[in-house]
Design a binder for this molecule. Structure first.
Ligand code: ADE
Length: 395
């Protein structure tokens, strides 16, 4: 996922913090109002400007302390700080300066336990983990780099961390818990989604999978739960609306990058390691890198242009994956064939059991001109309407 250049903010921080936060880093890891796993002992107790000053000086952040004092940054302001605001406050902060909002997300290594591997790529892996803080233990997913990782891979993971800080918390996004950046291997700690990835869920819950499972041989086949499938689309559209609002372009929206939380809530994931997880047949190697061709918008395929509206095209393909229960888009076609078809105006066909109005929405996402495609909030509104109509029909 890429972050567009943030808009310049020239409103004093103290004026911003009293407004409701729609994006940016609200570090619930140390939010005293949130009570959940405070990652940095002591941070939760910072209330006054003097508390913040003490914390910064204790952590060797004198430069920051001076700027924060001049701007009256108290504990509440600190919890709403993102990197753009930080750069306004401390103009001498450069991208390689040790002072950044990342300092506030540091998790002490002693608070983190790692267990089995739950995902892997060429240069990194994801491990299940537990973070302990003030008697509360939280299950997390931990992104790590292999020993063989290059400086470029480290930069990618750091980039992902910075994006996660800026994106902030949303129910339909895999949110940041914290990071271990000092004194050992670099690790990014994110919320754990217990029900795995959407692509796997679709494949194991498809009628074909049920039929092939010997335990189900004599059972009647379950009808496809259309409401659940539409709900996945609504969840992803909500998560993507949030990303769009904070000016982030994902670039790799696909069912493999959607994780399922408790109660099958869908959450947009993979904001950076995805750059090096291109191992499966879903990514096609071009001269420089492997690309998710089948999910890419017209302008990304032919002009290398990526925007929120190219994410909308990918969302259409993701809706198609959902309604076809995890089939490979343009299955049976080679990448080049598929690109020629798109150029000639061809598109994916309607999946067998897909309602017409849902397929019409997908087709809108595949309009040639990006500005003619629906926006994510519009997609969510339409899906809400379709699910309501379906509920009425079923009753
Ligand atoms: N695999 C990769 N990231 C994960 C996460 N956050 N939760 C569960 N499984 C994952």
């Amino acid at each position: 996922m890429n972050k567009n250049v943030p808009k310049q903010r020239d409103v004093p921080l103290k004026d911003i913090v009293d407004q409701p936060v729609t994006g940016g880093a609200t570090n619930e890891a140390f939010d005293p109002e949130n009570g959940r796993d405070a990652c940095v002992p002591g941070l939760a107790n910072l209330i006054t400007v003097e508390d913040v000053q003490g914390f910064l000086i204790d952590n060797d952040l004198q430069e920051c302390a001076r700027a924060f004092r001049e701007n009256d940054v108290d504990g509440k302001a600190l919890r709403h700080l993102d990197d753009a605001m930080m750069k306004d406050l401390v103009p001498m902060v450069s991208s390689n300066s040790p002072i950044s909002t990342l300092n506030f997300w540091e998790i002490p290594r002693s608070s983190l336990n790692l267990s089995r591997r739950i995902g892997r790529g060429q240069f990194g892996e994801v491990r299940l983990g537990e973070v302990r803080n003030r008697g509360v233990t939280t299950t997390v997913a931990v992104k790590t780099l292999r020993d063989s990782a290059s400086d470029g891979n480290k930069k990618d993971l750091l980039g992902e961390l910075e994006i996660l800080v800026t994106v902030g918390r949303h129910d339909n996004i895999i949110s940041l818990v914290g990071a271990c950046t000092k004194g050992g291997p670099f690790m990014v700690v994110v919320e754990y989604a217990p029900n795995g990835c959407l692509k796997d869920w679709l494949k194991t819950n498809s009628v074909e999978a049920m039929r092939n499972n010997s335990e189900n041989q004599n059972q009647p086949l379950p009808v496809m739960d259309l409401e659940q499938l539409i709900q996945f689309g609504i969840d992803v559209a909500a998560g993507m609306s949030h990303l769009a609002a904070v000016q982030c372009v994902h670039r790799d929206l696909a069912a493999r990058n959607i994780l399922l939380g408790k109660n099958l809530v869908a959450k947009v994931s993979d904001f950076g390691l995805s750059r090096d997880i291109y191992e499966s047949e879903e990514y096609v190697k071009t001269t420089k890198t492997k690309l998710p061709l089948r999910w890419m918008a017209y302008e990304s395929l032919f002009y290398n242009v990526y925007t929120t509206q190219s994410d909308v095209w990918s969302f259409g393909v993701l809706l198609w994956e959902i309604m076809s229960m995890g089939h490979l888009p343009y299955g049976g076609m080679k990448g080049k064939q598929m690109m020629n078809m798109i150029k000639d105006g061809g598109r994916l066909e309607k999946p067998l059991y897909c309602p017409d109005e849902l397929f019409a929405l997908m087709e809108d996402c595949w309009t040639i001109l990006p500005e003619d495609r629906p926006t994510f909030p519009q997609l969510k509104t339409n899906l809400d309407r379709i699910i309501q109509a379906h509920k009425v029909t079923v009753c």
